[in-house]
Design a protein around this ligand. Structure first.
Ligand code: ATP
Length: 249
């Protein structure tokens, strides 16, 4: 689904402050894989996600998505099949609009420009049914402003909006870093369920090793811009939390 072939990414090339964020990264991520990305600060995790999202381009090497070379494909074109959920629950939703209006905006984002999606009874019913499946009781608050919800509730809805827009790739950039433990758990359980139910290829950056241990089908550790560990499903299942902690010592 996603292929990195000999990817290098440097910033400020040729200047005294040149920095190499990724070097010779080779990575194949299969469709429906849920990849967890760990690594110390500055190891290149966000750069890897940014390269997939298309808001930075590789210095050299080739990135393919679904077999197509996307080296130069701009971010707005990728947003038809890719969504990203950020640390800050305020990012990516319109706080002054209601929950249902936010879902309408999200549907418009990936629909053909000519298609008008109104707030019809059918649309509201569909949103209500899907929101009910989150199990957070938010289906009774669809007219409430997004900004009045808790960070965890908003992140869970952001995830649902992303997957309902028929995306193929979901990028989770420390989605629970700003949340309390209970809300973080709700959001990750929601993400896990949606990724499975909608067969999405997902990549999540986390600094939380418990979450890295509990979620995902594969785990990769970056260090100084290189992949230093790549642990597939079977081995990941037998990995202990203590083993992972050792990686950072
Ligand atoms: N837009 C940019 N301009 C210049 N340097 C950058 C840019 N983006 C990233 N870098 C540099 O590339 C390196 C890798 O950064 P990156 O943000 O990918 O690391 P990270 O693993 O996500 O770190 P963190 O865990 O702190 O978020 C760092 O040295 C960083 O300063």
């Amino acid at each position: 689904m996603i292929e990195f072939n000999h990817i290098y990414k440097s910033f400020h090339v040729g200047r005294p402050n040149e920095v190499t964020a990724l070097q010779d990264v080779n990575l194949h991520i299969a469709a429906s894989e849920f990849l967890i990305l760990v690594g110390s600060n500055g190891s290149g995790k966000s750069t890897l996600l940014n390269l997939i999202a298309g808001n930075v381009f590789p210095t050299s090497g080739e990135i393919k998505i679904a077999g197509q070379n996307v080296n130069k494909l701009p971010e707005y074109k990728r947003s038809q099949w890719l969504a990203r959920v950020f640390q800050n629950p305020l990012q990516g939703t319109a706080p002054e609009l209601s929950i249902v209006e936010n879902f309408r905006l999200a549907s418009l984002r990936t629909s053909p420009k000519t298609l008008k999606i109104g707030l019809t009874a059918d649309f509201k019913k569909e949103i209500s049914d899907r929101v009910a499946m989150l199990g957070l009781g938010l289906e009774n608050k669809l007219q409430q402003a997004m900004g009045s919800l808790s960070g965890g509730q908003r992140q869970a809805l952001s995830l649902l909006m992303a997957v309902m827009a028929d995306i193929k790739i979901l990028l989770l950039d420390e989605p629970t870093a700003a949340l309390d433990p209970r809300s973080a758990e709700i959001v990750l359980k929601t993400a896990n369920k949606l990724i499975k139910d909608y067969s999405i290829t997902a990549i999540m950056i986390t600094h939380n090793l418990k979450d890295a241990h509990q979620y995902g089908s594969r785990i990769i550790q970056l260090h100084n811009g290189e992949i230093v560990r790549d642990i597939e499903k079977d081995k990941k299942e037998s990995l202990s939390y203590a083993d992972m902690y050792e990686w950072f010592i």
